[in-house]
Design a protein around this ligand. Structure first.
Ligand SMILES: Cc1cc2nc3c(=O)[nH]c(=O)nc-3n(C[C@H](O)[C@H](O)[C@H](O)COP(=O)(O)OP(=O)(O)OC[C@H]3O[C@@H](n4cnc5c(N)ncnc54)[C@H](O)[C@@H]3O)c2cc1C
Length: 379
């Protein structure tokens, strides 16, 4: 694997870093405290190309590839993990429509995502009774003349209240995963009801809502891909999405380690900076090592995807490792801050809260281990 970044990758990373430092960092704590979705900031982020990093330029994307996308995610997540998850899902949906949409679907939605005309895009797979076992979903889509009619509920949908377009998975008939299809649902479609935003532990400036579909009529061309082809679209999207979440977790971990390192250099006890104590040094050393491992796993998966080689196992390994590491690293950073880590005057409590969900969404750590083990056993 070539660890030297090319010029495009460096440019995207540096642009994301500059934007994160100048525009996001000053407001991140406030957005978190007020649970405020940063509509204007996201528009600026999209205008920089960060809603379509791996989308071809003719559809309004940056055309910069998967590695550049992962690097940009790390930079944004360092300053605001909520903004990063909104960015991650919008990129994922733009990629799904680019990969599986008809020419008309691509032209209608992808440039609206990449330009920021849509505040975000959303991905609606999970349901109240169907999480890890996504193949058991119950939302239905039935044919009615030349229309599709959706009925059912979705749960935990990131950006669901703000999305210009949401990819919705529903059962079109037939048992198991072969009976699942994907649909593009536009904001404001009659029969689509957005529920109350979740009151979350972390990622407070991201929007997470339930969606309800009641006799929600869609045009025939709302179908994405083939009838019955939805589940494999979801699984392919999640493989790519996991690269984004591993980058997000790595970014959160970087922020926590930077805060802990700075604090260890200034806080004095027993007449010395606490960074002079071996107990603190070992925590910093473990965190640095784990972060480098997380970054390498993430960039390996991104490199494979960019080269159009199989990357499913590698994406799950990156997501598993980076998310678990981010939880350890943010906990250590809080410990290094002592009592000051436990209050909102310092950023580490936010990093710890934000890291927590990374082992849960886009497949829990247990699900990642299932994916990895399956591939290991296949040989
Ligand atoms: C903030 C947030 C944002 C989200 N955004 C989205 C989104 O945009 N779109 C979307 O579709 N979903 C989204 N999700 C949903 C997320 O993907 C699910 O929460 C996740 O897949 C787990 O499903 P669940 O919560 O139903 O847990 P469950 O599947 O009920 O799992 C509960 C526990 O059981 C374990 N478990 C389940 N099955 C097994 C097994 N076979 N072996 C071992 N352990 C098992 C799990 O690992 C977990 O620890 C989001 C969730 C959150 C919290």
């Amino acid at each position: 694997m070539d660890l030297e970044l090319d010029e495009t990758q460096r440019l995207v990373r540096d642009a994301a870093r500059k934007f994160a430092e100048e525009r996001i960092a000053p407001v991140a704590a406030e957005l978190d405290r007020e649970s405020r979705f940063p509509r204007e900031l996201l528009r600026e982020l999209a205008e920089l190309g960060l809603y379509g990093v791996n989308i071809p330029e003719e559809l309004g994307g940056a055309g910069a590839g998967v590695v550049a996308y992962a690097l940009a995610m790390m930079e944004i997540a360092q300053k605001c993990a909520s903004t990063a998850v909104t960015m991650a899902v919008s990129n994922m949906v733009a990629e799904v429509i680019t990969a599986f949409g008809t020419e008309a679907q691509k032209r209608r939605h992808v440039p609206r995502i990449t330009s920021g005309e849509y505040a975000a895009a959303a991905f609606a797979l999970s349901e109240p009774e169907s999480g890890s076992d996504a193949g058991s979903l119950r939302t239905t889509a039935r044919r009615h003349g030349d229309r599709w009619v959706l009925d059912g509920q979705k749960q935990w949908i990131t950006s669901g209240a703000h999305a210009g377009v949401t990819v919705v998975w529903a059962r079109t008939g037939g048992p198991g995963t072969a009976g699942i299809s994907a649909f593009l649902v536009e904001a404001g479609t009659p029969g689509l009801e957005v529920g109350r935003p979740e009151d979350k532990l972390g990622l407070c400036a991201s929007n997470t809502v339930p969606l309800r579909f009641e006799s929600c009529e869609l045009p025939e061309d709302a179908l994405l891909g083939e009838v019955g082809g939805g589940f494999s679209i979801a699984m392919m999207a999640l493989d790519g999405g996991r690269i984004g979440i591993s980058a997000q977790a790595t970014g959160i971990g970087e922020a926590a380690l930077a805060a802990a390192t700075a604090y260890a250099g200034t806080r004095r006890q027993f007449g010395k900076p606490i960074g002079a104590f071996q107990a603190i040094q070992w925590m910093l050393a473990d965190s640095r090592t784990e972060l480098d491992a997380a970054r390498l796993l993430c960039l390996r998966a991104a490199t494979l995807k960019e080269a159009a080689r199989p990357f499913s196992r590698e994406a799950s390994m990156a997501k598993l490792y980076a998310s678990e590491a981010a939880n350890r690293i943010t906990a250590r950073a809080l410990q290094i801050h002592g009592g000051y880590g436990y209050v909102r005057d310092f950023p580490v409590e936010r990093h710890l809260r934000d890291a927590r969900v990374t082992t849960i969404y886009e497949g829990t750590s247990e699900v990642q281990r299932m994916v990895i083990a399956r591939k290991v056993l296949e040989g």
